[in-house]
Design a protein around this ligand. Structure first.
Ligand SMILES: Nc1ncnc2c1ncn2[C@@H]1O[C@H](COP(=O)(O)OP(=O)(O)OP(=O)(O)O)[C@@H](O)[C@H]1O
Length: 637
């Protein structure tokens, strides 16, 4: 059988580190969206002193609500976790400062401080309390999946609300009064107009920091949470930690809003922190656009104004008083959610995209250097599975499977449907633990380790069922694969101190995209590519992590003939560079032309191993394939 992949000139580019990134097109103008945003902020700032008092009050509440909804956008829209309990965190922030500023016990303990500093102590206490409570709650409840998590958020929302109402030192259901005004550098923020400046500054600062966070390696990791743990962990993301961090972030934004609210109202009671309000916050995020930071502002504005108008007009319309606005509001929400599943922001912002300049390419000149992992010498054993057994109840999916993958070889794992190939992939990549047996990666025992630890030791993988962030660009998806090659964390990302590293990550991702033949699709949303190309994006994503060993689960499925040839050439080039590749594939012609060694599974047991020629002549293999699938026979013919 001829071997086109070895005979032809590789189409793949030279090793990534040697190639510069594509030239960056010159940035010609500010995107229209940014001009509109800056214009709106400038208009708000210029008119703030002249707006009627009522408008200022409404804008203040919009700002306060938007801060909470912003946390929900991060939590729900971006991170994929639903919370109905945010109002309780607003209450924590509000009650903490109210207690510090009004309780005699706090006054005597803090007597050494000037009174003007008490609200700031209240802020510190509120944030610290919220941090501790949210971390504790998050660590317990974020393990829950499906509808359990929203139910748990309802439970804690209710319990914190009743706690506020039942603690005597917090004034019970009457609450606490006499909260002083904020003072900044001797300037009193007693008037709503003055405090409104602080509210909107806090909101704009939060928008800026979160925008930066989402535009970074940590942002990609947060977005990956939504597509499930398996993919994100395989890219090296610690999903449990990341989920708790997003949850704490959302809670801190809510507490900040509560602190500002307490000093705006000057009194607090439990009512604004009940479950109904928690649901309203979620509405704001969802109606505005839960996946978009500005959606939080839009949602908060729409719902505040709508409720305001409905409260005014409906009693006049019906000629009697009553809470009609709640009924109409509910109906309107149903219509909006039905018509605009992603919220209103994408529709509103859509028209600015038409005028957007071409996306910027990573600037290789401004990029820092990424950690380079030297490949192990050719012939080194990379993966070693010894007598790996996996049982699902009474079913033995893998039965004492042993297999080695060496540096510089392509090893294929084949077998009829249901033979146990994907189960074995999961065992050797940390997705699942073997019932018995041992897995070693580069000599290190890995049984019981998480997927991200496999990734950290040099294992890259693709999935049988493609797992990409469909609405994100190919570049964004591939850059997720380079997650472990960067180190900048949340704070650095929020403050934009990660730019050199980010440019390097993107430049590296771009090189892998070009090398995999996807240069024309860098900015294309990954989900809009044909399935075969999506599989190639997964390969580019795995390569961006600079792996020593690649696990490819049916990479040729869905590819056309020429695309398969290009893929074979790429894998051949990777083999010659010294990577070890383990491939599961049903296309026997592809496998027989490419693989150095083949292991055949049937009913979870290894029935043959050897070179393609040896395997094709093995009577047990022929029998296994004749039982259901005659691809091998056709390939052998
Ligand atoms: N989580 C699970 N729980 C119970 N049984 C499972 C589970 N995962 C796999 N199995 C069973 O284990 C056996 C092996 O499945 P596996 O998906 O590993 O086969 P495969 O060789 O990858 O098949 P295919 O080529 O169709 O993808 C099948 O009988 C399958 O139903």
């Amino acid at each position: 059988m001829s071997s086109p992949s070895r005979a032809t000139t590789p189409v793949a580019a030279p090793p990534s580190a040697e190639r510069p990134a594509a030239a960056a097109p010159a940035r010609t103008s500010l995107p229209l969206a940014r001009i509109v945003t800056l214009g709106a902020i400038a208009l708000l700032a210029a008119s703030w002193g002249f707006l009627p008092d009522f408008t200022v009050t409404v804008l203040n509440y919009i700002g306060l609500y938007a801060l909470v909804a912003l946390g929900l956008v991060m939590l729900t829209g971006v991170g994929g976790m639903t919370s109905f309990g945010q109002a309780a965190f607003v209450g924590l922030g509000a009650y903490a400062t109210a207690w510090v500023c009004t309780s005699p016990a706090a006054a005597s303990a803090l007597a050494f401080l000037p009174a003007a500093l008490l609200p700031w102590v209240g802020l510190a206490l509120g944030l610290a309390l919220t941090f501790a409570v949210a971390w504790g709650l998050g660590a317990v409840t974020l393990r829950l999946s499906g509808h359990y998590l929203p139910l748990a958020t309802i439970a804690w929302g209710l319990s914190l609300y009743f706690l506020f109402g039942n603690l005597e030192f917090l004034g019970g259901h009457t609450g606490l009064t006499g909260i002083p005004a904020l003072e900044v550098a001797g300037v009193s923020l007693a008037s709503p107009r003055a405090l409104g400046i602080a509210i909107w500054l806090a909101l704009l600062l939060a928008l800026w920091a979160l925008h930066n966070l989402l535009d970074s390696r940590e942002g990609r990791a947060i977005r990956a949470l939504k597509s499930g743990r398996v993919m994100a962990e395989s890219m090296g993301v610690d999903t449990s930690r990341q989920r708790v961090k997003v949850f704490v972030l959302a809670a801190l934004l809510a507490a900040l809003s509560g602190w500002l609210y307490a000093h705006l109202q000057r009194f607090v009671n439990p009512t604004p922190f009940n479950l109904n309000i928690g649901i309203e916050y979620l509405f704001m995020a969802v109606v505005g656009g839960a996946g978009y930071l500005w959606g939080a502002v839009l949602g908060a504005a729409l719902i505040t104004l709508l409720k305001e108008q409905l409260q005014d007009w409906l009693p006049k319309l019906f000629g009697m008083s009553g809470n009609f606005e709640v009924i109409v509001f509910g109906l309107l929400m149903m219509v909006v959610l039905q018509r605009f599943a992603d919220g209103l922001w994408p529709t509103l912002a859509g028209w600015t995209r038409r005028f957007a300049p071409p996306a910027e390419r990573p600037d290789a000149a401004a990029a820092g250097r990424l950690v380079q992992r030297p490949l192990p010498p050719r012939g080194t054993t990379l993966i070693e599975a010894r007598d790996v057994t996996k049982r699902f109840g009474g079913l033995v999916a893998n039965n004492k499977v042993s297999l080695e993958v060496k540096a510089g070889e392509v090893h294929a794992l084949i077998g009829p449907n249901g033979a146990g190939k994907s189960t074995f992939f999961n065992m050797i990549s940390g997705v699942d633990d073997p019932t018995e047996g041992e897995v070693r990666l580069l000599g290190e025992p890995m049984t019981g380790h998480a997927s991200r630890e496999f990734a950290a030791r040099g294992l890259g993988r693709t999935f049988q069922h493609v797992r990409l962030l469909g609405t994100r660009s190919v570049l964004d998806n591939v850059a997720l694969g380079a997650h472990l090659r960067g180190s900048k964390g949340w704070i650095a990302s929020m403050l934009r101190l990660d730019r050199r590293e980010e440019q390097a990550l993107l430049a590296e991702s771009l090189r892998q995209i070009e090398r995999c033949g996807l240069a024309d699709h860098v900015d294309t949303p990954a989900g809009s590519l044909p399935l075969g190309q999506q599989r190639v994006v997964e390969i580019a994503r795995a390569l961006a992590g600079q792996p020593a060993v690649l696990l490819l689960d049916e990479p040729a499925a869905g590819l056309r003939h020429l695309e398969k040839q290009a893929l074979a050439q790429l894998l051949d080039q990777l083999r010659r560079e010294g990577l070890g590749i383990l491939i599961v594939e049903h296309d026997m012609e592809f496998v027989m032309n490419l693989a150095d060694r083949i292991t055949v599974l049937d009913f979870g047991t290894v029935i043959a191993r050897g070179t393609p020629d040896e395997v094709q002549r093995d009577p047990r293999v022929l029998e296994a394939y004749l039982g259901g699938d005659d691809l091998l026979m056709r390939a052998a013919a």
